[in-house]
Design a protein around this ligand. Sequence first.
Ligand code: ATP
Length: 251
Amino acid sequence: MTHPVLTLRDLRKSFGATEIIRGVSLSVLSDERHAIIGPNGAGKSTLFHLISGNLSANSGEISLDGQPITGKSPQSINRLGLARSFQITNIFPRLTVYENIRMAVMRAHGLQYCFWRFVNANKKVRQQSEQLLELVRLCPRASTIAGEMSYSEQRSLEIAMTLASDPKVILLDEPMAGMSKEETGYTSALIKEVTAGRALLIVEHDMEVVFSLGDRISVLVYGEVIATGTPDEIRLNADVKEAYLGEEVSV
Ligand SMILES: Nc1ncnc2c1ncn2[C@@H]1O[C@H](COP(=O)(O)OP(=O)(O)OP(=O)(O)O)[C@@H](O)[C@H]1O
């Protein structure tokens, strides 16, 4: 049943004397794709760092599936069911696609690298790795060196690795950055497909992607959420139009 799976309550973060996140409250439902948009410097990355535990908040609360996660380490937040995908830095460029996925699946099962030579015998790991490959349409690339693939293929691999831990919430940080229009279209459709029925929180500058992918959109301006709503509601919101004055939001 749909329920709020990630909740932020009056979250605040300052760097020195400057308050960057100024009382953000937000709820992400268990089966929605929720996009965060906002002008440059609004605090989107900072907000993601707070949620994933890479930065700690000055005040406020974050809960994941009802459990407080404020102040926990990124590793323990990850174990509790939140997976964050950073650009393509999580992949091992010299390993094959299959080896990368297998590594992520092993990690998700808590298997250490000293088990390496037993891995091929581990049917569960192999089956799950193959399923993930199939999900992101990378079966034909299984034995390709990851670093030699196109940017969007590397991104698909990264997404599969994020899904390996079967997370309750997925955070995607500008997944389309640096992509061509064609790659963007492909990756956006893939994200839509593989996150169906899960909670996705995405920061993305490409408005076409945001408005087609997001079930709901929150607009962050100067560290405050000025509006949350469906794409249609956001499109028509006067405060949002004003915040984006001079920028292109005509979607
Ligand atoms: N570690 C830090 N120390 C000091 N100031 C910081 C730090 N990290 C971010 N800031 C400042 O906080 C503000 C918000 O930055 P943030 O990167 O979160 O914005 P953003 O909305 O993600 O921007 P963009 O869309 O350009 O990526 C900026 O003014 C930035 O300079």
